[in-house]
Design a protein around this ligand. Sequence first.
Ligand code: HEM
Length: 195
Amino acid sequence: METPDTAAAPTDRRASNTLTALVGLAVAVLVIVFVFNTNSFTSHWYAFFKWAHVTGAVLWVGGGLALTILALWAERKQDPVEMAMLARQAAFIGERVFAPVGLLVFLAGIAMVINLHWGWGTSWIVIGLVGYALTFLTGLLVLGPQAKRIGQLIETVGADAAETQAAIRRILLIARVDEGVLLLVVAAMILKPFT
Ligand code: HEM
């Protein structure tokens, strides 16, 4: 028989989902109001693309930085179970959140360049394009396959096996370099060097 606690769980979940949806809706409505009431940009489209681009970058780069900090902390504690859990969470969020959000950042960036005729040869745009290509290829060719391999290692030899831990340390190190590339692109976008 269900206890009152477990019976209440779906209702709590529904309430939480409703609140999340309402917050999302309120933010979306206010963003549209802001987009149509800003005088900082040449067009409403440019304002919208820039909002999408920078908000996506905040989610992507900020999320990656939070994972990097947690990875450094887990490494310091030398806790294999926590390391394995972090690797799994990073694989999940990398594939389900960072990859699509990264694509949105890229497409919104392209849209802004076309909309305002920034010029494809502009140094900070070239840095953005190269940075995106590097991070895209790293995700596709290294982080994705390595994350799958770590999942298999956890299933077969266990989270605290030396082989699994070495693979986790390697992937977290590569992810750290990837995060460095993204931070450099952010700096280039803000400071627009060599122009
Ligand atoms: C690696 C991914 C990227 C990240 C994390 C990123 C991040 C950012 C950030 C934080 C800004 C705001 C800068 C500011 O207003 O001071 C920005 C602006 C911008 N980015 Fe990116 N960007 C990326 C890739 C790209 C790419 C590939 C392009 C073009 C193809 C691009 C084009 C632009 C443009 C046109 C602006 C607006 C500049 C302005 O209005 O002053 N970005 N980007």
